[in-house]
Design a protein around this ligand. Structure first.
Ligand SMILES: [Zn+2]
Length: 257
């Protein structure tokens, strides 16, 4: 059973990595926030551009009206000095007409100046908003590129680990694997935990002496009393430098109980 647990712990290591990469992948910024921001800026820009076009149209209209008014005024002016007017009434009419057209021309010139000013102000506004939208678009493109690259990287990593997991899980007893999967699903992707210094690595709870005793039995699958995960105590390391000390420590504890 200890071999089974050791093998299952190898599966857990892969599952932990797969889980970590999956979480990191899910947390990647795909540009949703910037995309929404850009959509808002583009809508505002379109509205400002529409205002600019309307003002430009008004300005063109005013300029055309000014020209036709000026043409008409010239026409009456020419008539006034052509010597063709004989009747005083007609003379008065032409003079009145010229006066009225001159007034109208002045109004149109004033309106033209105001509109030119408004067009310039609005053009500056459009320029400013175009720049803001362009900046966000550039940032979004960079975020999307990073997202694509990171997604590919994580997908490759996860695929590689998944490929390793199949042969790693293969030697594990089917019932044990099923049990592990059930626990892992319920407990944040961790189904089997190490017991180190008599403490459950999953929940940091001290293992009871009774459970520790059971852990020594080769055929028992023991769950942590506190976090319900499968407990795995790896055999003591056979490292020359530290092995004696570790063995003595273990033995000492076993004897004292
Ligand atoms: Zn535990």
């Amino acid at each position: 059973m200890i071999d089974q647990l050791r093998q299952l712990y190898e599966v857990q290591k892969l599952d932990t990595l797969i889980g970590d990469y999956t979480t990191q992948q899910a947390a990647l910024d795909d540009g949703t926030t910037l995309r929404a921001q850009l959509a808002g800026l583009e809508a505002e820009l379109a509205a400002e551009q529409e205002k600019l076009h309307a003002l430009e149209t008004d300005l063109r209209d005013a300029e055309l009206k000014l020209k036709s008014t000026e043409d008409e005024r010239k026409k009456f002016h020419t008539k006034l000095y052509s010597g063709s007017i004989i009747m005083p009434k007609e003379l008065q009419d032409v003079q009145d007409k010229i006066k009225s057209l001159t007034r109208h021309k002045g109004d149109l010139e004033e309106r033209g100046l105001i509109l030119m000013d408004e067009v310039a102000t609005q053009a500056a506004e459009v320029k400013k908003r175009t720049k803001a939208a362009d900046e966000v678009r550039t940032r979004l493109e960079a975020v999307e590129k990073r997202f694509q690259e990171a997604t590919t990287r994580f997908t490759d990593l996860i695929a590689g680990l998944t490929a390793q997991r199949r042969p790693a899980a293969q030697p594990v007893d089917a019932a044990l694997l099923t049990k592990y999967e059930k626990i892992r699903k319920k407990h944040q992707n961790v189904g089997i935990v190490l017991v180190q210094s008599d403490v459950c690595d999953g929940c940091r709870t001290q293992i009871t002496p009774a459970s520790l005793k059971k852990l020594q039995s080769p055929d028992v699958v023991l769950l942590c009393d506190s976090c319900s995960r499968i407990l795995y105590r790896p055999p003591a390391p056979v490292d020359d430098s530290g092995a004696d000390e570790a063995d003595l420590g273990d033995t000492g504890e076993e004897v004292s109980r």
